[in-house]
Design a protein around this ligand. Sequence first.
Ligand code: GLV
Ligand code: MN
Ligand code: MN
Length: 403
Amino acid sequence: MSFADLWHELEPLGRDPVTGGYRRYSWTQADAACRAWFINQAEKRGLAVEPDGNGNLWAWWGPPGADAIATGSHLDSVPDGGGFDGALGVVSALAAVDLLKDKNFSPERAVVLAAFTEEEGARFGVPCLGSRLLTGAVHPDQARALTDDAGVTLAEAMTAAGHDPALIGPDEELLSGIGAFVELHVEQGRALEPIGSALGVAQGIWPHGRWRLDFAGRADHAGTARFADRQDPMIVYARAVLAARHAAAENGALATFGKVIAEPGGSNAVCSLVRAWLDARAPDEARLEKTVTTVRSVSERASVAHGVTFSVRQESHTPVVHFDEALRQRVGGVLAAAGAAAPVLATGAGHDAGVLAARVPTAMLFVRNPTGVSHSPAEHAEMADCEAGVRALAAVLEDLAGG
Ligand code: GLV
Ligand code: MN
Ligand code: MN
C-alpha cells in the first residue's frame, strides 16, 4: 500500500468538518477510530499489536526481545490541530515496513511500531502522558486522577474506552527490550525550507513546561460597578499575558497563553474567575525559570492591586533533551549514504522521543513544513517530502535492525 493510500485512509478520522482541524483527543470516539485504524493496518502486515498498560499501542514485526528498534509517534491532536503532527510518524512507520517487506528485508532485531497516547496533553493537561507513564516519569495515581475540562478523570475516560486504568504504570520489561527509538515528525517551525532540505535530524529539545494560573475575583455588574470597586480577575490576567510576552522576548524564550476560561462567562458581567494556562519554553532552564518567575511576580503584584486572589501550579515540566549523539551520527550517515543528507536542528516542540531519550538511545527525523505552521489546520507537508521521509526512515530501520 502506498504512503498516499495509507494517508488518505487516516485523513478523515477526527477531522472537524467546519474548521478542517483535527480533534483527536485521547480516549474519545475519534481516538478509538484512529487506534482501530492503526491496529487494522498493523495486523494486515502481520504485525502483532500489544497495547501497554498506559494505552500506547505497540505493533511487533518479529518477536519482542532484547534490542528491538522502535519507531512511531502519536495519533492524538491539539484542538483543531493539523493532520501531520504525530500522524505522519505513525503512517510513515507503516509505510516504511511496506518498503522493507517489498525488498524482502527480514529484521534480525525486532522492529516495533508505536502509537503513543495523549502526547499533546490536549485532554488531560500533561503532554507525552503515555510515554511519561511508561518510563515512570508520572505517578500512576496522579495520572488516574487527572481531569479533563468536563471533570472526567483519566481513569473514567480509560474505563469508558474499555481500557483498565489499574494497568497504568511503568513497564520495565517493555522498555528494557527496546534498543533504540526513532521518531519521524513533521517539522514545527521553518528551518528546512530556506535551505532547500526535505529532511532534518533533531539535535535536542528545549526545556519547557505548562503552568495553570487561577485568578479569583468577584463577579459584578458591567454597567454599574465602578472601576474603583471592582475585583476584576480579567485585568490581572491581561497583565500576565503581556508580562509573559515581554519576559520571554527579553530572555530569548517563548511564552504563550493559548487556553483561557472565564467564569461564569457573561458578556455583561465582571467575571469571578479566570483560569489560564501558560506554556513556556527556552533554550535553557535558567531562561525558562526567569521567564516564568517574571509572570508569577507580575501576576502577584497586580492581584494585590486589584483585590484578586492568585494561585499558580505547574502541570508539567520537561527538562532539556539532547538526543543520543552516536545514534544521531549513525542516522545522519545512513541519510547521507542514501543521498538525503539532513541538517541537524534543535526544536522547542515536545515529543515522546524526548521522554524516551531518558531511558533509550533516541533520534528524530523531521520532514519539511513549507510554512512552518503547526498546531493549526494550516499545518502542511508536501507528499513528495513525506515519501522522502518514508524512504529515509526505511533506510534507518534497515541499518539499525540489520538483516
Ligand atoms: C507538542 O506538540 C508540544 O510541543 O506541545
Ligand atoms: Mn504537537
Ligand atoms: Mn507531535
